[in-house]
Design a protein around this ligand. Structure first.
Ligand code: F6P
Length: 540
């Protein structure tokens, strides 16, 4: 593939950027109020208003041409066809198969994977139903009331985010906890008030080798056996989700409580696989199915909607526009929905582990920026902490603002306050307030320079009717495919994560060096050696 920066539309975009970069959104709207109707797109239950971006019709045409030149749709079709587009691991990338309805055919190496997906979904549904209705009991015959998911990264962020988002749909008689960190405080805090006789641990790990998860799983086994006084209790209190079934068996988890998935599902794309078992137990198989249908609806939208109306494509291209032409380093994601508090953390892994890459598909070091840093907090909380920088700071931070037209809470009047704030922030960020306006409003002269709010800060506003399972599915798939689009433009492998390996290897080397008793000679750099010595001395 040709180097991105040599493609004709890249040059045209650079020249176009130089022409329009200083045009204010106020001017763009004054000269073309129709953009509010034109720069919108709808699909899979989501409505995207991208009119408050620093773009014109020409920008959009050039970005769409860039997508064409970079073969985004061909790459998308290759993904949907099960081709091994994860080139560095020689794997297919088929999270879209996890939500394919029965009867759809998707082949990997000549074999249809969809029947297998549904076989696992059916097994999960049967297990979840038995846990929920009390037929699956613990070692002492008591009903399971607590579910503790032990996993990290993609085996944690999705289940926790989805549980929080869909809590109103969950079984309120049950408690759900999520343990990820190898810091023992995480496990201790999650279990301190739980009755072991009523607790089910789900060990979620694609590889079943991850240090944090294996350590916490061992802690859980010790805790359970100590509390219930019988090794045999493990069989009734542990379930596992993994692609490494021999690893699960070696750990001693009953194969009938084990749910598999496949190497063509990336960890950060796995919340709708068996990794979602905790989510399914919480909200029930039917709601989980509705979430999968939401994912699938967005998959179909991405696959079939024309480029100019294709939500993930547009969102991905706009991210490229700010990242590569305006030099924006970050993207803020602000869900105006308290239950989506963990969405920014979820999207951090999705975007930054997928597209935080420094070489292209041919192994050449890239000469352009790849993934932006994703961050965010729910509105309105963020307004009272970091929005000051968004409005008046020196950095350009494009933001996605996500809101819902109907509340799930019975406090409906508060929902209007919430949404008023979303609309107000997007308006203030775009249009700001000039010195002349401030003076007309009676601002004292000495304060005016400090109160001027420049505006011209871009936002995407994403609206849906209500935060239900289907909407959550389509929202997550929207971002999955936006990340895909960006990776395709940058010609990187969005589905490997080699960068996380070095730290794991070095930690493995340091662990025995911290060991109590013999303290082996240290052969790291001077700083690491000194830190380890300090720790050894001070740890008590
Ligand atoms: O170290 C990064 C990573 O491999 C992620 O890609 C993954 O989601 C996470 O660790 C957990 O891995 P596993 O599910 O294999 O325990």
């Amino acid at each position: 593939m040709t180097v991105l920066t040599t493609s004709p539309s890249w040059h045209q975009l650079a020249a176009h950027h130089a022409r329009i970069k200083d045009i204010h959104l106020r001017t763009l709207f004054a000269e073309d109020p129709g953009r509010a109707e034109r720069f919108v797109a709808e699909g899979a239950g989501l409505f995207l208003d991208y009119s408050k971006n620093r773009i014109t019709d020409e920008t959009l045409a050039l970005l769409l041409r860039l997508a064409e030149e970079r073969g985004v749709t061909a790459r998308r079709d290759a993904m949907f066809a099960g081709e091994k587009i994860n080139v560095t691991e020689r794997r297919a990338v088929l999270h879209i198969a996890l939500r394919a309805p029965r009867g759809v055919r998707i082949d990997v190496d000549g074999a249809d994977v969809v029947p297998d997906v549904h076989r696992v979904l059916d097994a999960m549904a049967a297990f979840a139903a038995r846990v929920r209705d009390g037929r699956f009991t613990g070692h002492t015959g008591r009903r399971i009331r607590n579910v503790v998911n032990i996993g990290i990264g993609g085996s944690y962020l999705g289940p926790e985010m989805a549980y929080r988002a869909l809590r109103p749909f969950s079984d309120r008689s049950m408690t759900f906890r999520f343990v990820a960190n190898v810091d023992g405080a995480d496990f201790t805090e999650a279990t301190h008030d739980l009755d072991a006789a009523e607790t089910l641990f789900i060990i979620s790990s694609k590889t079943f080798t991850t240090l944090e998860t294996m350590t916490n799983a061992a802690a859980a086994r010790t805790w359970l056996v100590q509390k219930l006084g019988a090794e045999a209790a493990v069989a009734r209190h542990f379930a596992a989700v993994s692609t490494n079934l021999p690893g699960v068996t070696a750990f001693g988890i009953d194969p009938t409580n084990t749910f598999g998935f496949w190497d063509w599902v990336g960890g950060r794309y796995s919340m709708d696989s068996a990794i979602g078992l905790a989510t399914m137990i919480a909200v029930g198989p039917e709601n989980f199915g509705a979430m999968l249908a939401g994912f699938h609806a967005m998959d179909e939208h991405f696959r079939t909607a024309p480029p100019a109306r294709n939500l993930p494509l547009l969102l991905g291209l706009l991210t490229v526009w700010y990242n590569n032409f305006f030099g924006a380093q970050t993207v803020g994601v602000m869900p105006y929905a308290a239950p989506l508090a963990r969405l920014p953390a979820y999207l951090q892994q999705l975007q930054m582990e997928s597209n935080g890459k420094h070489v292209d598909l041919d192994g050449r070091v890239v000469v352009y920026q790849t993934a932006p840093i994703i961050w965010g907090e729910p509105g309105t909380d963020g307004q009272h902490s970091f929005y000051q920088l968004l409005h008046q700071g020196t950095k350009l931070v494009p933001c996605d603002m996500i809101g819902f037209c109907r509340p799930l809470s019975p406090l409906a009047a508060q929902h209007d306050l919430l949404m008023a704030n979303l609309f107000a922030q997007a308006e203030a960020l775009a249009f700001g307030k000039t010195a002349a306006e401030l003076t007309a409003e009676g601002s004292p002269d000495f304060q005016t320079p400090f109160r001027v709010t420049e505006g011209n800060r871009p936002t995407n506003v994403i609206l849906a009717d209500t935060l239900d399972p289907a909407t959550l599915g389509s929202l997550v798939a929207l971002y999955e495919h936006s990340v895909f689009t960006q990776g395709a433009i940058w010609a990187i492998d969005s589905f490997d994560q080699w960068g996380v390996e070095l730290g794991k290897v070095l930690a493995g080397r340091i662990i025995p060096e911290l060991g109590h008793g013999a303290e082996p000679e240290l052969t790291h750099d001077a700083s690491t050696n000194a830190l380890i010595r300090h720790y050894r001395k001070r740890r008590g």
